[in-house]
Design a protein around this ligand. Structure first.
Ligand code: MG
Length: 382
């Protein structure tokens, strides 16, 4: 089926791969949205001819407007621009590939319009999962995950008529570049080392999250929300080879897994074409040249970010929004060379200690918690 896409975050790693999939599978693009990458946005707009191009940054939008003056593309800016792209009538599918909690409001706007959400923004579900899923149920918006682990689980659940038959979800983790290292080694990790992921090419924020294992913690919470599973029914296993993307165990003991090469084009494409499967750009996996598949226990004590996320998963309420906001702030500081690798869990923990948790929060409580967590991180830096 041909879909008409609005891609929020088209200049990022997922956004660019979405355009590759769109080109390969003949999907139409109605809108693209970037933060500041005008050069790339111009090239994308000229190639895909969307009706709308958004740059969240006002100055960038002014620049983009000049660059696209000879085209029929409308250029908008700011949060309003993002919301317009999320809810434009001609798009039936919104790819939410904005990084961070900034993706929350546009995702909700798209859900309110009943669009299919190709969800590539895990922070949205981590912060406001219950709210987002309830809203989607009301409007009939389909949420199809792009995250490779959640896509794998989604694929394994096709044909499962009764969720009560699921015994547990098993999320695989590559372990990141520092798996097996001790804290003394982690304390010396540099930004350049942390930005080198062994298996996946991704944007800087998620690559740091993968190195601290916060990414796996966020994915654990994302899976709870997406599949309405309690934490005790979700297990994380370290799988260094990144070939098995995740698994589902059923009540009879059968385990289904989804395997493939470490190529995000496949989960992106499935989020667009589901329930159909079509040829696409993802590389085929040659089983005969695969290394032996191994599975190990994760270490949430050494990788304290994972431990903190698992605690918040159990606690619920706004604790997951505090966790996420503090992590976004701490990772930004690390990427600016203002803090060390092990300061990331230290700052997140400080925020979790300082910011009070609200149970069954509304959207405002969640956004307040996010703000308070970021402030607590800055305070803990002083
Ligand atoms: Mg993932």
């Amino acid at each position: 089926m041909k879909r008409i896409l609005s891609i929020l975050g088209s200049s990022g790693s997922i956004g660019q791969q979405t355009l590759k999939v769109a080109e390969c599978c003949g999907q139409e693009v109605a809108a693209i949205a970037v933060n500041r990458s005008v050069e790339l946005a111009e090239a994308q707009a000229r190639k895909f001819r969307p009706r709308l191009a958004v740059a969240a940054d006002e100055n960038a939008a002014a620049d983009l407007r000049v660059r696209l003056a000879d085209t029929a593309v409308t250029v908008l800016s700011g949060q309003e621009g993002l919301l317009e792209a999320a809810s434009m009538p001609e798009a039936d599918t919104v790819v939410t590939a904005v990084v961070g909690v900034a993706g929350l409001r546009p995702t909700l706007a798209a859900i309110d319009c009943g669009k299919r959400i190709a969800l590539a923004n895990k922070e949205t579900l981590v912060c406001a999962g219950e709210l987002v899923m309830a809203r989607a149920k009301e409007t009939g918006a389909e949420i199809v995950p792009v995250d490779s682990e959640h896509s794998a689980i989604f694929q394994c659940l096709q044909g499962c008529r009764n969720r009560g038959e699921v015994r547990r979800l098993i999320i695989t983790a590559s372990g990141g570049p520092f798996y097996g290292e001790r804290r003394e080694v982690l304390s010396l990790v540099t930004k350049a080392q942390a930005l080198k992921h062994p298996n996946w090419a991704m944007g800087p924020k998620i690559t740091i999250d993968s190195a601290t294992l916060m990414n796996k913690g966020l994915e654990f919470i994302e899976a709870m929300r997406l599949y309405a599973m309690p934490p005790e029914k979700i297990q994380i296993v370290v799988h260094r080879e990144s070939i098995v993307h995740s698994l589902v165990e059923f009540e009879d003991g059968a385990i289904l897994a989804q395997l493939g090469s470490a190529d995000m084009c496949l989960p992106i494409q499935y989020a667009l074409t589901w329930p159909e499967r079509t040829p696409g750009p993802a590389k085929s996996l040659d089983l005969l040249s695969c290394p032996p598949l191994t599975f190990q226990q994760p270490d949430p004590e050494t990788f304290r970010c994972l431990g903190l996320a698992l605690e918040c998963a159990k606690k619920g309420g706004t604790s997951t929004a505090i966790l996420n906001g503090a992590n976004e702030a701490a990772v930004a500081l690390f990427l600016e060379d203002k803090t060390g690798f092990l300061d990331i869990p230290r700052l997140v923990e400080a925020a979790l200690e300082r910011v009070p948790v609200t149970d069954t929060p509304g959207l405002d409580d969640i956004l307040d918690a996010d703000r308070a967590a970021r402030e607590a991180v800055l305070k803990a830096m002083r």
